[in-house]
Structures are given as structure tokens and as C-alpha cells.
Design a protein around this ligand. Structure first.
Ligand code: SUG
Length: 465
């Protein structure tokens, strides 16, 4: 990492949300060990049409609030290319049949629509923070779960397509595979700043160091005992180096292993930052007080920020970790509106849990920048453990960078209507695990994705094209 801090010129910048569009094979396969919602809803009936529409409605709300909103397309599923790599041969349909015969598990992994959770697509650092003055992306390798690890290749291609201007952007391929460098992207990364275009302080949160699988670490309370820790410190450090961040503007903090064991598989299930506001749970980190102390020192020290920092702590008695996982309160989106007030976009599950609703009401009533509360319905995604914040990748862009990236994926009223019609035309409203065996699903999905690349003007993005 870089020892000195280069001062980049400050430009006005915007935070753009790149939401993952839910793909036509959205289903509940119970693939994520340690993600309680995924396990609980395994084998239930999914509604891909509703899932995609709920995602689009959330994007529409954000756009209407005046926040730039863009879209990342779904990945091609079933992933026939991957099945060929795994040794299956023949026609596409023959490959699917043979895969199911040999391993229903591999079959189901290759149908997962998990690319919708774009908070796991990559880690992003704005140009104001990087030594070379460019926006850096590192694609997440998602090595903890195969159904997610297969996303990296396509994510790289999509980001390189959208951010192709190398004067402004650099997209790094995912870190090497293997347990040492497990990287889950922006879900374990937060950024403090005064204004988006000002240099920021980046908080990288990890679950384990990377080499602690054996040797009594669990007994010492350094590793979770029940569920896996997905993000490693080694990976977070590598991303900070790749992004050319100054060592004064980063903090590495360990998640509390006990909360991972309660279902907090990513840090964005237990904290969220926007600019100078940090909403966190007192038990979220292994040593929360030290983390807060460091944030305070570095926010006023290296950022030289004159703005006050709002540290909004939620205690265990106000909302337990279990209730946080149930309601996904911390997976709300915290966004800055035009008048520099903030809004909190929470999942409707928070309105249904009295204690979560009370926390949100308190936050809005108190003296801090959060002034409005919106509930969004994303139940289809929530049932797989993906709340509002999981569905979006935040990218801070200056005016020049906005001009340099692909505009065709930015949501407008017209694009919203086009995509809504497109979903209604192509998506099923009921999908069971058994339905994945239907040979027509492959054709339907390809037809949908082919049309989508035309709507979004993405060229031939998919391998079947
Ligand atoms: O990686 N669920 C995803 C949810 C990702 C949530 N993202 C963030 N917290 N940012 C995961 O566990 C479940 C798929 C299934 O079971 O079919 C799944 O992959």
C-alpha cells in the first residue's frame, strides 16, 4: 500500500447504484451455507417475474429520488460453458440431462441467478482515493460458494464493457482462487467521506485472516464455529494495494465471529455507511470500540474533514443480531438526496418487525442527516438472503467519468418501461427446482437475454450469442 497520500484534484461526483437485474432462472436452491434465509427457503417456489419487477421498482424509486441509477445485466444461466469446462459434452440439452443424471447439485449450481446481488460483484474505489486518479474495480472471486464463484468471469466482461475507457477506469480481474484470498466484493467494504468527490476513508471488513483454518483459532474465538467466514484479510489487503490506496485512508477490521455464526455472512448485513453516517450494531465487529475509535481519528485526521461524523450505534437490546438478520435493517440503502439530506431505503420486513420499525423511526426523528424513510418490497430476493443493499453496487463517478462510461445502462423512465415489458413478456411467474429440468427454460432464458442486450445496447455479451 502507498505510504504517502497524493492529493487528487477535487471534482464534483455522484454515487451511482448499479443494480443487478434478476435473471429468468431465479430460484431457491438452498446453496449458501451460513445464509439463514437461503437455507430456510430451500426448495420453495420462486417467482422470477415478481423478483425482477420488485428489483426494477426499487431502481425506479431511487431514480425518482434523484439518485443516478444503472443496471448490470444478469449472467447467462444455465451456465453451459461452465458445464463444458467440467467435462460434459454434446448438445446443450444433452449436457443438461447428463449433468442432472450425474449430479443434481452441479445442475442446480449452474442455474443459480445469484449475479443479481451486485454488492458482491466487485469492490470499487473512486478516483479521488486512488494514487493514479482512476476509478478502480476488483471483481470479486466469491470462492466460498461455487454457484457464486462462476460469476467472476462474466462480471469482468460486463465491467470491462461498461467501463472501457482506460483513462478513467481500471477493472482488475478477481484475486487468485483458493481459501486464502476469498473476496466477496463491496458487501464487506464501506467508504466514509464528506462529499462523494472528496478523498475518502475506506473500511475493509474481513471474517478471517486467510490462513487460520487449523490450529486452535476457533477455540480462541478468532473464527466462527458454525458457519464459514467468507472474506479474508489477505484479500482485502490485496484489493487496497491494487486500488493504490494510501495506508492513511484505509482501515481493516474483523467481523465478530459470533455474529457470522448467527447468520451475518457479509458485513452489509450488520452495518452501512454513507458519507459521514455510519449505522452499525454494537456487536458487529470483534472489537467494535477500537474500530470506532480508529474511524473517528482517521475521519478527522487524514481526511481533515470538518463535517461531523454521525455514529449511529444500535445496541443488542434495541435490536438483537437475530432480529437484524431477520429484518435486514442494516441492509437498507442509505442515500444522499439533492438537498444533502439522507433517506433510508429499508426492506418491508423492517415494517413488519416492531423493534426494527422502532429503530428506523428513532433514526429519522433524531438529529442526524437521515430525514426520510422508504420501504421497498424485495421479498423474492430477501428469501435468498439478499436485501436492498445486496442488490446494488455503488460506484462514485465524477462528471467526466460519467461521460466516459456506457450510458445505455442508466435507468430512465423509458428504459424502466421497456424493461418492465421485457420482464412481463419473457419471465415465468413460478419456478420450482423441478422446473429447472424443463428444456424450454434454456431457450426462454436465451431469448430474453438476447433481447436484453439489444435493449441495453451491450453487443454480444453472452457466449450463446
Ligand atoms: O451469497 N444468496 C446470496 C445472497 C447474497 C447477499 N449479498 C450481500 N449480503 N451483499 C449469498 O449467500 C442463495 C442462493 C440459493 O440458495 O439459491 C444465495 O446465493
Amino acid at each position: 500500500m502507498i505510504k504517502t497520500q497524493k492529493v487528487n484534484k477535487v471534482h464534483k461526483a455522484y454515487e451511482v447504484n448499479f443494480d443487478g437485474l434478476v435473471g429468468p432462472t431465479h430460484n431457491y436452491a438452498g446453496l449458501s451455507f451460513g445464509n439463514i434465509a437461503s437455507e430456510t427457503h430451500a426448495q420453495s417456489v420462486a417467482n422470477p417475474k415478481l423478483a425482477a419487477l420488485q428489483g426494477l421498482q426499487k431502481m425506479y424509486l431511487l431514480m425518482k429520488l434523484g439518485i443516478p441509477q444503472a443496471i448490470l445485466p444478469p449472467h447467462e444461466r444455465p451456465n453451459i460453458r461452465m458445464l463444458r469446462r467440467l467435462g460434459f459434452t454434446g448438445s446443450d440439452q444433452a449436457i443438461l440431462q447428463e449433468t442432472y443424471r450425474v449430479s443434481p447439485l452441479i445442475f442446480s449450481l449452474c442455474y443459480s441467478a445469484s449475479s443479481m446481488w451486485t454488492a458482491n460483484a466487485a469492490t470499487v474505489s473512486p478516483s479521488s482515493d486512488s494514487q493514479d486518479g482512476r476509478v478502480h474495480f476488483t471483481v470479486a472471486n466469491l470462492t466460498s460458494n461455487f454457484h457464486r464463484a462462476q460469476e467472476a468471469e462474466t462480471t469482468l466482461r460486463i465491467l470491462q464493457t461498461l467501463f472501457s475507457d482506460s483513462r478513467h477506469f481500471i477493472v482488475h480481474p478477481s484475486l487468485p482462487a483458493g481459501s486464502y484470498f476469498g473476496d466477496e466484493g463491496a458487501a464487506n467494504h464501506n467508504r466514509f467521506c464528506s462529499e462523494y468527490g472528496q478523498p475518502g476513508l475506506q473500511l475493509f471488513v474481513y471474517g478471517k485472516e486467510g490462513y487460520q483454518e487449523q490450529g486452535g483459532y476457533q477455540e480462541q474465538g478468532l473464527l466462527p464455529k458454525r458457519f464459514p467466514a467468507r472474506q479474508t484479510l489477505l484479500a482485502s489487503e490485496a484489493v487496497a494495494r491494487l486500488h493504490q490506496l494510501s495506508e492513511h485512508s484505509v482501515i481493516f477490521a474483523q467481523q465478530n465471529p459470533e455474529v457470522i455464526d448467527l447468520g451475518v455472512f457479509h458485513n452489509d448485513v450488520i452495518s452501512v455507511v454513507n458519507q459521514n453516517v455510519f449505522l452499525y450494531h454494537e456487536l458487529g465487529f470483534r472489537d467494535t470500540e477500537t474500530v470506532i475509535k480508529k474511524i473517528k481519528e482517521q475521519f478527522s485526521g487524514s481526511l481533515k474533514s470538518l463535517q461531523s461524523l454521525h455514529l449511529l450505534k444500535i445496541t443488542e437490546s434495541e435490536l438483537s443480531i437475530k432480529e437484524a438478520v431477520q429484518s435486514y435493517l442494516f441492509n437498507s440503502q442509505l442515500v444522499t438526496l439533492k438537498d444533502s439530506h439522507m433517506a433510508i431505503i429499508a426492506p418491508t420486513e423492517c415494517a413488519e418487525l416492531k423493534k426494527a420499525h422502532a429503530v428506523l423511526n428513532r433514526l429519522v426523528a433524531e438529529d442526524n442527516p437521515i430525514q426520510t424513510l422508504h420501504f421497498v418490497e424485495c421479498r423474492e430476493s430477501m428469501k435468498n438472503g439478499g436485501g436492498p443493499a445486496c442488490l446494488r453496487l455503488r460506484v462514485v463517478l465524477t462528471e467526466d467519468e460519467l461521460k466516459a462510461c456506457s450510458k445505455s445502462v442508466f435507468l430512465t423512465e423509458e428504459l424502466y418501461n421497456q424493461l418492465t415489458n421485457w420482464v412481463n413478456k419473457h419471465y415465468r411467474d413460478r419456478l420450482t427446482n423441478h422446473d429447472l429440468l424443463d428444456p424450454l427454460l434454456l431457450e426462454e432464458s436465451r431469448r430474453a437475454l438476447d433481447e436484453l442486450t439489444q435493449i441495453l445496447k451491450l453487443g454480444n455479451l453472452y457466449s450463446f450469442q
